[in-house]
Design a protein around this ligand. Structure first.
Ligand SMILES: [Zn+2]
Length: 290
């Protein structure tokens, strides 16, 4: 996903000091390195860029008192609980959110509060107008998960649902065409478009030109997905699209700034077991207060 949107087979990356130095056919890469990751049978994608999160909301995900509320009652329930957060609880929650993101291939996160998703955004129109569009998982109090590949798939499905719900735009004769007519092909959100939003788009939204694609001079932020699994069997004629169309799978490896953060599907930079236990204790406490 460089500027030419190249997709390479039997290729790899050479990284030095956290930066990508070379991308190309495996035989043309340096044959020695301090650490060699053999990702045969896996697809390597640029790390996802999550442009919107509230990391300490994992403490209050799936809160029974808020499961079936719309925004204002939902906020009332949560504000009461959030008022009693402690620094230790927030630290646990942040680690859980970051671990979950890393395990879904995310390598950059921007945690802040802004926009409210109400309805289906006309994303294809934004893209056509040259608007930079990124994806965000939002807080876990409303989303209950921090899996950005899942959100990429969701964005694709929502854009297609919108296409099915609304009449075509443009000259009147187009109104008689079905959504699958070739003249309406440009209205369909594609797998590559959502992957681009989750990577290059997010980087552009955050004003970063050093992430979002795999090319020399960019940060060594990438992840891999094992394609030799039941989940992708039968879809490998187009492995890039398979990552979006098939059920989202966890990253096998996630590398951030050249550092392996997820190895064989597990976060290896933090011992997550005690964090998960403490997080569950805090979350039960908060659920009891709601
Ligand atoms: Zn939000």
């Amino acid at each position: 996903m460089d500027d030419g949107r190249h997709e390479l087979s039997n290729a790899g990356l050479f990284v030095r000091d956290g930066m990508i130095e070379q991308v190309g056919p495996t035989q043309q890469l340096p044959q020695h390195a301090d650490l060699v990751l053999d990702l045969s049978g896996q697809i390597v994608l640029p790390g996802f860029v999550n442009t919107h999160h509230h990391l300490d909301q994992t403490l209050t995900r799936n809160l029974p008192a808020a499961q079936n509320n719309n925004l204002f009652p939902w906020l009332k329930v949560h504000y009461r609980v959030w008022a009693s957060r402690t620094p230790e609880a927030s630290r646990c929650s942040t680690l859980i959110g970051l671990a979950e993101l890393a395990a879904s291939g995310c390598t950059t996160v921007f945690d802040h509060a802004w926009r409210l998703a109400s309805g289906i955004a006309p994303v294809k129109k934004y893209l056509a107008a040259g608007v930079e569009v990124g994806l965000g998982v939002d807080g876990s109090a409303s989303n209950d998960g921090s899996n950005i590949l899942l959100e990429a798939r969701q964005a694709l499905l929502l854009a297609r649902l919108r296409l099915g719900l609304l009449p075509p735009e443009g000259p009147r004769p187009l109104f008689l065409l079905s959504q699958s007519h070739p003249l309406r092909a440009h209205e369909w959100m594609t797998a590559r478009e959502v992957l681009e939003m989750a990577t290059r788009g997010g980087a552009a939204v955050l004003g970063r030109d050093d992430i979002g694609s795999l090319e020399a001079g960019k940060c060594a932020d990438f992840f891999s997905i094992d394609l030799n699994t039941v989940d992708y069997a039968g879809a490998l004629h187009d492995p890039v699209a398979a990552t979006v169309f098939c059920a989202p799978q966890k990253a096998r490896y996630t590398v951030i700034d050249g550092r392996v953060v997820v190895e064989n599907g597990q976060v290896v930079t933090v011992n997550m077991r005690p964090v998960i236990d403490a997080h569950n204790r805090f979350a039960r406490q908060f659920a009891g207060q709601s």
